[in-house]
Design a protein around this ligand. Structure first.
Ligand code: NDP
Length: 300
């Protein structure tokens, strides 16, 4: 049976490190890092995610703020709110919770955030820096969290064959860029798969490290897992089973765990790492804005 990669333990250790850095900096007379989350409309899942981010901010001593707007806010009004935050020197990080109502362009909103405050790491400037291996950019929180999870458990990607299933701009593609980078957390040989990949099972069976970011419940079964491989399941899918709503990943946990050497569970998967890395990105943004030394332990 595989080792369970407990992301809540890894995330808690990152939050502790951040809290210690904040308390030291505040004791030296600096203001705490400021993180604002914008929430548009009443979507239930978005409210839960934003609530979890606010709780995490409070826990580490950040000045966290949720700005709520009605679903009928215009795109122009929302862009003006973002510009206000861009100009506000007390705010280091800004997250706009997606999805947005249909009449607002997510692309325009994402690109309106100042790259230095884009702690989700979605801005073109940050994606471009990631592609070039330029560490001065902000790394997308979920893939960054996975590299920190691997570091926490001593999983070295160097020289390994990594298969990433899913090529979205927020998970799969940046994950492939990070793990193939010439960096301590990278140096892997990466295969990036998607819906047009032929013989996906065959490709997955060649993975030393398999990252699933597909959004299809339990699509990857133990048959696709190489014995002893590390399996990282990013998927969060709500399904109905035995009359109850259940959270499952993109990996069929029971069968994959029988083959894998190590595996992340769902629930309890990489979600807490994503939030911890939003905090880490905000702390780094604050240090950069004030020319303070960046915390070393948060590099993968
Ligand atoms: P997207 O829907 O944006 O992307 C899914 C990707 O999977 C696409 O590249 C798609 O290929 C590929 N795909 C879909 N079906 C298949 C298939 N049958 N075979 C091979 N590839 C396929 O999803 P996200 O990347 O945004 O999210 C993926 C999962 O991760 C979701 O379950 C989401 O909820 C979860 N998630 C979890 C986070 C966390 O913090 N834990 C954060 C973000 C996401 P193509 O490009 O060809 O269409």
């Amino acid at each position: 049976m595989a080792i369970i990669l407990d992301c809540s333990i890894a995330a808690a250790s990152i939050r502790t490190e951040i809290a210690e850095a904040v308390s030291k900096s505040v004791a030296q007379g600096n203001r705490p890092p400021g993180l604002v989350a914008i929430l548009v409309g009443e979507d239930g899942a978005s409210q839960t995610y934003v609530g979890a981010k606010k709780t995490a901010c409070d826990e580490v001593g950040f000045a966290g703020d949720v700005r709520r707007f009605a679903a009928d806010i215009t795109e122009t009004e929302l862009l003006a709110e973002i510009e206000k935050i861009n100009q506000d020197e007390t705010i280091d990080g800004l997250i706009v919770q997606l999805p947005l109502p249909k009449h607002i362009s997510e692309e325009k909103v994402t690109q309106a955030i100042l790259p230095a405050k884009d702690v989700d790491g979605f801005h073109d400037i940050n994606m471009g820096k990631l592609a070039k291996g330029d560490e001065s950019g902000v790394k997308p929180a979920t893939p960054y969290g996975i590299t920190l999870l691997m570091k926490h458990y001593g999983i070295d990607a160097s020289g390994k064959h990594v298969v990433v299933v899913g090529r979205s701009n927020i998970v799969g593609r940046p994950m492939s860029m990070l793990l193939s980078a010439a960096a301590p957390y990278g140096n892997a040989t990466v295969t990036l798969c998607h819906s047009r990949t032929k013989d996906l099972g065959e490709v997955c069976r060649r993975a030393d490290i398999l990252v699933a970011a597909v959004g299809r419940p339990e699509m990857i079964t133990g048959e696709w897992v190489k014995p002893g491989a590390t399996v990282i399941d990013v998927g969060i899918n709500r399904i109905e089973r035995d009359g109850k709503v259940k959270l499952v990943g993109d990996v069929h946990f029971e069968s994959a765990a029988r083959k894998a050497g190590a595996i992340t569970p769902v629930p309890g998967g990489v979600g807490p790492m994503t939030i911890a890395c939003l905090l880490a990105n905000t702390l780094t943004a604050c240090c950069r804005a004030h020319n303070l030394p960046e915390p070393k332990g948060l590099t993968a």
